[in-house]
Each structure stands twice: as structure tokens, then as C-alpha cells.
Ligand binder design. Sequence first.
Ligand code: LLP
Length: 419
Amino acid sequence: MNHFHYRDGRLFAEDVDLTQLAAEVGTPFYCYSSATLERHYRVFAEAFPKDTLIAFSVKANGNLAVLKTLGQLGAGADVVSGGELKKALKAGIPANKIVFSGVGKTRAEMKLGLEAGIHQFNVESEPELVALNDVAASLGKRAPVTIRVNPDVDAKTHAKITTGTSENKFGIPWSRAREAYQLAASLPALQIVGVDMHIGSQITELSPFEAAFARVADLVKTLRGDGHRISRIDLGGGLGVPYAPTDPAPPAPELYGAAVSHAIAGLGCELILEPGRLIAANAGVLVSRVTYVKEGEARKFLILDAGMNDLIRPAMYDAHHEIVSVREGTGSSLYDVVGPVCESSDLFGRDRRLPEMKDGDLVAILTAGAYGAVMASAYNARPPAAEVLVRGKEWAVVRPRMSDDELIGLDRIPGWLAP
Ligand code: LLP
């Protein structure tokens, strides 16, 4: 359910006409809907007990305005870098609702987290435990720690976004979990608080989650038997969203919530979840203008002013995103929808049925609110798309597009090349 709808033949974001918005802010731009973000957050939160910490995964959409919108509803944040930590804090998310994940936290990032007083560090390796202990000791603090265990479950998702099998870099292998906890317990500046897992992203079946949750619940009992104080369970993110109308519907949050409750019943643990995509994906679209309609020999191309530098998911994961005309119409022509970047993979969709399009028309690429703007680059010296947040009739540019000169101004000429 989202708040992008046609009204009188034109696509609106809530009460904002995207055609008018495009004329005011220029294309391409991401447009996020506050009502959709809020609705997704609420539907998800309501599937869990009231005291659950819903730590929005900032990597999915790190715009300060989006973070603030969610933070005001009570969301915490799951961060994976010092930059994301600073963003979450700047958006007003309290430190005690922030969890710090990621395989490569540097000592400087650990220091930032400790000084801010974050809720916990989700530690992913033995050397990271040792480093965190050193940093905490040097600050005279104790670091609250969970260990991310790798439940070795196949998430049945795209190979580039699966994380829970023994083949990838994430988490501590299942077979070493107890030893890792032993190590953590021996390090005086660490305070073990719980167990963490995350098996992958865009997971559309319940069974991999159920298998992983059951393993983690068993581990909690084993670790308690070993004498550790386990009071929190962080189950990560990963619940998928439908990208194409033909996609099987991913499990509803209520079913996911029921699976979680079933798995952790009776353990008396604080529950933490780290959803990203589920909250943000359908709350955003990428609006782009047709630069040319090009008749190729075999195919008809719709060449947009947005490129793979703005939205890399199709090129990187062969991801499907629906593409619609901002002017409502019935699909009458097949187009390959492409960007201007000099790569054959700069292709948003093949054989897409759209109304007859002409230069200057607008399209919206849907389900682009997660892993869209955050993954943008300036490839081909193209400043990434602007970002706009809508709320009812109101809208605001929440990240302006950099000018060419600002982008070029980031480079420096060394002395030996100066005139
Ligand atoms: N927690 C951890 C530890 C994660 O690694 C991730 C995502 C999440 C939570 C949030 O997962 P979500 O609820 O959004 O599935 N760029 C890829 C997705 C990469 C996901 C990385 N980790 C894409 O565009 O599909």
C-alpha cells in the first residue's frame, strides 16, 4: 500500500502533482511519501510487542528528513558506519535506540559509538571483539555487545544480497559461536547483552526466517547454560517487498511477527528488528524525463535523463522495477527503458509496455525508496538525482542536486600540474 496514485490522469505523490513538481525541481528526482513511510512503519511495528526496538536500517535510505520522519514515530536506527551513526543522531534518533552493525567497524567508528552511548554493537568477528574491548577500555567504558551469528541458512534470495550462509563474510560461523561468546566474556571492557543475526535481504518466504529464528532461540538457551547473560535478541532485517505485479506476495508483517513471537516465546528477551526495504522501498519513486525516443533497428528505446548512477539496482542485481508514465494511459508500445550512461547495463527495463511516449514526457520508476539514492554515484560526471519529501500537499527538496561545478569542484589539481 502506498500513496502514489493517478488523479485526473496524472500521477500524484499524496496531494502533490508530480508533473508540477518535476517542472519546479527539475528531473531526475527521487520523491518520497511521508504517509507511506509512516504507514509501513506502523504496520510493521504493530506486528510486534510494544517494547520492541524497530531500528530502521539507515543503509536503505539515509536521507535526514526520512530518518527524522521515522524517528518521530519512535524508530531507532541500524547503522553500519560512522557517517550513518552521525546521520541518525543528527536526525534526532536517541543513541540508546541505535545499533551498530557491519563487518569492518574501525576503531574510530567504535569510539564514536561508545562516546555517543549507543544501545549495542553487533560484532561480527573475533578480532573485532578484541578491538572493541581495547577502544572501550581506553575510554574507561564497557561496550554493550551482541555477536552476530551466522545461522547457515539459505535465504533463497539474490546471491549478492544473501548473508546467512557459511560462504559469505558476515557473522561468526555457527560452529564457533560458543567460543566467540567465551572470548567476549573474557574481555573486561565488553558487556555481553544478546545475540544478533541477519540472513539476507529481499527474502520473500517465511521458511528461511523460521529456520534461522529457531536456531538462534536454541543458541540463546545454550549460551545461558554457558553462563552468559543474554537479554536481547536482534533478528536483523530482510523481509522483502513485491517489485513486480507478478511477484509472489512476501509474507505479511503479521505473519512475520507471529513467526518471531513463536520462536522467542518464553525467552524473556528484548526484541530488536532492523527493517530497511520494507519501510522505505514503496515509499519512493524516481521521476525522470524522456530525453529521446530512439527507434533502434530491433527495438525502441526510451532514453531517460536518469541513469544507472541514480538507481543501480537493475544493473547490479538484475532487479525489476515497475516503470509507469506520469501521464496516465494504456500501454500501447514496447520500450527498452535506458539511461544516458555509457554502459549497456544502464537499462531500467526491457520490453516495457507504456503509452505512446514522446520527448519531454515523464516516467516514474517505482519501489525506488530503498537502496536507490543511497547507492547513487556520480559516474559519467553526473550529479545524482535530487531528493524530495512530500507530506500531504506540502513538499520540500530534502537533498538538492549538486551542480556540475560543485561536483567538479571536489577534485583538486596537485601542485606539479598547476599552471
Ligand atoms: N540489518 C543488516 C545487518 C543488514 O545487512 C541489512 C541489509 C538490513 C538489516 C536491512 O535489510 P532489509 O530489511 O532492507 O532487507 N542493496 C541491496 C540490499 C542490500 C542489503 C544489505 N543489508 C538491494 O538493493 O537489494
